[in-house]
Structure formats: structure tokens, C-alpha cells
Design a protein around this ligand. Structure first.
Ligand SMILES: [Zn+2]
Length: 92
């Protein structure tokens, strides 16, 4: 099945063809993204999470611009920072 998520920075919609069964399991929180989609890259997994959560998704190129970090462990931290930035921008 095809899933889509809109990038919170450039507003581009990205889509990805994924296994429907694995995606349903992910939506129902029956498994972790890295276990259900072991063959996907980090940015593709990001898209899957964005498609489920409907927020906090950034495409690979925006992500690299905002957080030029090599370490995948730091991605959740980057996501939190970007979310806070969006919230404060909205309040202005
Ligand atoms: Zn983007």
C-alpha cells in the first residue's frame, strides 16, 4: 500500500510503498517500526511514523538541513527541538 506524509518544513508530500500488513500492525502499535520494516532506511521509517502520527514529519532533505547529525540516536532529540520551534513560530 502507498502511504503519505507531509513535511512540516517545506510542506512537500512524500509517499512510500509499504507492506500493508506490516503498516497495519504499526498503526495498531503491535510492533516497532524497526522490526516491522527492517529493510527501510531511517528517512523512510521517519515517513512511516509521520504518516501514522500526522505531525512531526520532515523529509530527508529538510532533516539534513535542520539537523546535520550522523547519529540516528539523536533523531528523537532533533524531532523534539523542531516541534518546539514550530509551536513557538505559531504563537507569534
Ligand atoms: Zn521537507
Amino acid at each position: 500500500m502507498k502511504i503519505t506524509a507531509r513535511c512540516g518544513e517545506c510542506n512537500e508530500e512524500q509517499s512510500l510503498e509499504v507492506d500493508g500488513l506490516a503498516y497495519s500492525k504499526f498503526v495498531l502499535r503491535e510492533g516497532l517500526v524497526q522490526n516491522l520494516f527492517p529493510d527501510l532506511s531511517a528517512s523512510e521509517r521517519e515517513l512511516i511514523m509521520g504518516a501514522r502520527n500526522k505531525f512531526g514529519y520532515y523529509c530527508a532533505s529538510c532533516w539534513d538541513k535542520m539537523f546535520p547529525l550522523e547519529d540516528e540516536e539523536l533523531r528523537p532529540v532533533g524531532l523534539l527541538i523542531s516541534w518546539l520551534r514550530r509551536v513557538t513560530r505559531r504563537q507569534r
